[in-house]
Design a protein around this ligand. Sequence first.
Ligand code: CS2
Length: 505
Amino acid sequence: MGDRSEPVSPAHGASLGPALLGDLSSKVRKPAYDRSALKPGIAHIGVGAFHRCHQAEYTDDLLAKDFDRWGLVGINIRPPLLGQTLGRQGGLYTRLIRQNDEVEARVIGSIVRVVDSQDSAAPALEVLSSPDIETVTMTVTEKGYCHIPSSGALDLDHPDIVYDLANPQAPRSVPGMLARALELRMASHGRPVTLLSCDNIPANGIILGNVVRTIAERRGNGLAEWTAANVAFPSAMVDRIAPATTEADIDTVERRFGYRDSAVVVGERFRQWVIENRFAGRMPRWDLVGAAFVDEVTPFEHLKMRVLNGAQTTLSYLGVLGGFEHTFEAIADPLLATFVRRMLMEETLPTLMPVPGISPPAYAEQSLARLANTAIRHRNHQIATDGSQKIVQRLLNPIRDRLAKDESIALLSVPVAGWMAYLVKASARFGRAWHVSDPFAEKIAAIAERVGADSNELANTILAIDAIFDPSLAAHDTFRANVVAALEGLLSENPMAFVKYVCTE
Ligand code: CS2
């Protein structure tokens, strides 16, 4: 194969680190700035594959273009202990771009260090309260905000929030940790800071502001007032498909480029970052390297979450039900491809606001083409994870907009029922078809145990979960009828026959 005929790199078999940079093959792009002059200026919470493929790459571009003090300090709050792995590599890692047959490698140098803060918040708090840190970005997943998906308010019954309100100095939740960091900033240097959410939740800056402010108000020590005057919570839309790294990705780097990298990440070529232009203090000039600073993020956010993420979520549930492992395999199926294209074109696109500079149908076609990229092995079960935290912004909000205008929701209701069927089929009563991870998995399994196979009662009992389904939506007759019919079809022996039936209606 082509791989074997490539010249062996001088770095052959060695592990990535600063000492190896000079020996890497010329095919690997390297940081184009003096890393030893890098000073911490940005903290990022949640240093997973997405961050390393997205914000850290934009920052690497920025450092090469207009060197400033914007080194990144990563804060890892969940396993694995990435701080150790990246620490051994001096913060360096490889970002592979994979587009069908193309493989492009680049070593990213913007991360100065990563602290592991899984067991105690102390290392994270030390970074977040440092006067050097002027911008804090985060990718902590939808459920990291501890908000109620249907309303956006802080979930005061969430066990970590209950704990953090009682133990403000040793927080366990992200909102609790941020509130404590702001308190430490207020009590020491008092410097302003921007807290920038990069997660796929609707109006992410508003939700982040809500959850942090709710905790701050309860402190009663002036923190709420200080926060109002010194902290900005801009919203942002972020985009690049970057699935969890696998051993095969690590092997690809070794085979093709001749060195070991335990922290490699893989993404598609496409990337986008639209940030609301509302900052406290200085902000890294990511707008110089392709990000857009705009006054209003909402149209971009709706476009991305309803079209790209909506299609991913749809393909994940229907894909698992149809026996497909990855997104690219689900979309290669003519029936699922037809279904998802029709859903986007007929039902989703009419709900969008005008988006400056973007044609929604062209964006939808481009999104479908991105999902068909055979080199991005995004598991349907990975995307299906935490669906209870995703379906509001991806499916229920466009459904609500359509119902308000009396428009059909026959297609958009199918993936909503798909999410239900996915969790129901994971219950013991339905034979534990697969293992799932969702904060509402247990609750739905309990409903499945109690109700059994009656789709009407199953759907209606799940629709009564008001943390996910706003009661006015759940009470809507058209919505209920569509979800019940779709759940019945998807729980039948042949769920794809139901999808076909909907497609030919
Ligand atoms: C995916 C996203 O796992 C998921 O929920 O839909 O991670 C998606 O790949 C990104 O939002 C793309 O920007």
